[in-house]
Design a protein around this ligand. Structure first.
Ligand code: PEP
Ligand code: MN
Length: 350
């Protein structure tokens, strides 16, 4: 792995001194940039493992001593932040749930403002919801507090009923952040995005093709026994194998820009198709509803409204009106086809 790429790896949660030290020692051989472990875990549902808390700070300090690795953990309150910096934690990260809460972010930015000792880097994960302004807002709050060593982490966005990813990438959102803040580094967290070991390599490669600056990957010495995010953690050996196969683009400036543009197009096309597929799902539900209520598939008034209204919207977005019209017609035609097929299958069951 080329040195331009920062790899942060370690367990979702610190669970015991042995688990932390063993994982860190195995990872140190891989030449990672920093070791991660969550101490205070924001769990979506009560009753899940909420982390060992400040007890784990000593384990992180032991990792530093015994392996020489930089260490990092999540902070969600000013108290976490003070305790972590006091214990010598080098890098802090703001979790996706915290980024979505401007009060929490402001409290953290205020806490960091007057410190003598600032973290070596502050990582800001994207908010759980796909809101570029919230992510930008969190970044600006820390910039206003005088913090310069900020790195963004794209970990995907919550969505309902998505089957491929645990958190859908929506690549256009980090691309927009990169456009607005070109000098800020961007990492990808394929573990929380994919939610499964087999997606870590392809997502990581996609991120590197988009010229991301690094990866944050969850690694556990014994993933089957993990107390949180068990389904997505990999062993240090698996990590080493994945890293050895990743291709880092280091071409000439021109080729690099071209590849980066192409990867942006690939990723945007992926988002586009995912959105169309979601639209088709809704269209199927409408089909179902119309059938149950004995309504016709095609409702021409609604159709004309869609085409007109979307053409106006497209125009306001700088797109050609006729192009938008044709696009909506193709999509609508497919929706009608899907609904007719569905009706046909329901009235002629096999
Ligand atoms: C984590 O990194 O373990 C974590 C809780 O991440 P996120 O905030 O991205 O859900
Ligand atoms: Mn996790």
């Amino acid at each position: 792995m080329k040195s331009r790429i920062k790899i942060i790896a370690g367990p979702c949660s610190a669970e015991s001194r042995e688990q932390v030290l063993e994982t860190a020692k195995a990872l140190a051989k891989t030449g990672i940039y920093a070791f991660r472990a969550g101490l205070w875990k924001p769990r979506t549902r009560p009753g899940m493992f909420e982390g060992v808390g400040s007890k784990g700070l000593q384990w992180l300090s032991d990792v530093k001593k015994e392996t020489g690795l930089k260490v990092c953990c999540e902070v969600a309150t000013p108290e976490h932040l003070h305790q972590a910096l006091e214990a010598g934690v080098d890098i802090l990260w703001i979790g996706a749930r915290t980024t979505a809460d401007p009060f929490a972010v402001q409290a953290l930015a205020d806490a960091v403002k007057n410190l003598d000792k600032t973290p070596e880097a502050l990582l800001i994960k994207n908010p759980v919801n796909p809101d570029v302004e919230l992510w930008a807002g969190a970044l600006e709050r820390f910039l206003n507090a005088g913090i310069r060593q900020i790195i963004l982490v794209h970990r995907g966005f919550s969505s309902y009923g998505n089957q491929i990813y645990r958190n859908i990438p929506l690549w256009h959102i980090p691309i927009e952040m990169k456009r607005r803040f070109p000098d800020i580094q961007m990492l990808c967290d394929p573990s929380h995005m994919g939610g499964k070991p087999q997606l870590i390599a392809p997502i990581s490669q996609q991120a590197l093709d988009l010229m991301y600056d690094g990866l944050m990957i969850e690694c556990h010495i014994n993933p089957d026994q993990a107390l949180s995010d068990k389904a997505q953690q990999i062993t240090p050996i698996q990590l080493e194998k994945i890293l050895s196969h990743l291709k880092v683009r280091e071409n000439s400036q021109n080729q690099q820009s071209l590849e980066s543009f192409r990867s942006q197009i690939d990723s945007l096309d992926e988002s586009l198709l995912q959105i169309i597929s979601k639209r088709m799902d809704v269209s199927r539900q409408i089909g179902d509803f119309k059938q149950r209520n004995n309504m016709p598939v095609l409702q021409s008034k609604r159709y004309s409204e869609i085409v007109e209204n979307r053409s106006d919207l497209a125009e306001s977005l700088g797109l050609d009106r006729d192009f938008a019209k044709s696009l909506m017609e193709i999509i609508h035609k497919e929706s009608v086809k899907v609904q007719l097929k569905q009706r046909n299958e329901d009235s002629n069951p096999k």
